[in-house]
Design a protein around this ligand. Sequence first.
Ligand code: TRP
Length: 337
Amino acid sequence: MSAREIVLTGITTTGTPHLGNYVGAIRPAVAASRRPDVQSYYFLADLHALVKNSDPAAIHRSTLEIAATWLALGLDVKRAVFYRQSDIPEIPELTWILTAATAKGLMNRAHAYKAAVQANEESGSPDPDRGVTMALYCYPILMAADILLFSANRVPVGQDQKQHVEMARDIAQRWNHHYGERFVLPEAEIGTDTAVLQGLDGRKMSKSYDNTIPLFAPPDRLRKLVMKIKTNSLEPGIPKETEGSTLFEIYRAFARPEEVDAMRGRFAAGAGWGEIKQALFDYLDAHLRDSRAEYERLIAAPDYVESVLRQGAERARAVATPFLAEIRRAVGISRLG
Ligand code: TRP
């Protein structure tokens, strides 16, 4: 067993990566993967995608886009273990073993399930579980298996996933208590506020609000989207607040501190919104140009991306297979002679 800290996170394969994903998750993860004291596991959570999305083509396309994005941004796949969840059969097997040790009452308390029930009650539906699949209900157990299979110490996630990591911890604790200590108790690591980017309408950038800027949009589309970012109606010549400005926040998430100070100066000096938008577009376009070219190359080479994921899966299974064998023995499933 390696003494290095194990950091693990999953990316659900729904949608196209956007600036908010980059700042909040991808950039810190790629940086962490280079640290010698950390062993990172990053995976494409396509089994989780089935819960939210019933469009097969969209899930398939998103898998390629997310893999190509992480690779284009410099994820070092020699260091980090980068794989696709569905390539690891040990994950669904462990899910079942954990399901047998998970209280139904724990799942009743999951925020996503409770929100679905509440929406049904508010809409006057006679069935509180209307539209709730068993996959939605058991989602936290699959996530616990993702985490516990690789003995993760730290799990970087958004605030909305914190409860799931705590549930993984609860499930592990209960299992360990019954069968003996095998699972490491994971800890959620929540990004700071600055890691949450605002979207086109000023709310948190999120695919569920349909207010995102795709990270690798072609320049003309990127420009159009930046021009759509919501501002107030102050005229050129009037000093502007940086506080709460989506344009400023996005710029700050990318630029160096001295560039951010200069931008603050332009706000104070009353630069017009059109001019600030153009400056933000120019900055993003220049900053993303090289990785965008690499992304486009990878999207056009799905066989290559597939081979990278297959190699990642092999490395992941080198850990998962012996570990699951131990878990199977612990619960009484093993050879007879
Ligand atoms: N549920 C997470 C999300 O929607 C993705 C995910 C799946 C995950 N398995 C995980 C994150 C394990 C961390 C660890 O964002």
